[in-house]
Write a protein that binds this ligand. Structure first.
Ligand SMILES: [Zn+2]
Length: 74
């Protein structure tokens, strides 16, 4: 099962990456549980690896319960 509930809605990996990035990724991997808590609300954080462009691979993080998100860019 790769779909997860985020902010009350079922999302695919592509959709989760889109929520984090603001744009649909070229490719995305399966959604996983990140080993961290949301700094805003303490909720569960999901992670997804995706390619915003052909030359870039990013791991994005998104809280399941609120609007918080982050990525591993410097
Ligand atoms: Zn949160």
């Amino acid at each position: 099962m790769s779909n997860r509930v985020v902010e009350g809605r079922m999302v695919t990996a592509d959709r989760l990456a889109e929520l984090i990035e603001g744009e649909r990724p070229m490719e995305s991997e399966a959604i996983e549980d990140a080993d961290r808590e949301c700094p805003d609300c303490g909720g569960n954080v999901l992670q997804v690896g995706y390619m915003p462009s052909v030359t870039e691979f990013v791991t994005g993080y998104k809280c399941q319960d609120c609007a918080w998100s982050d990525d591993d860019r410097d």
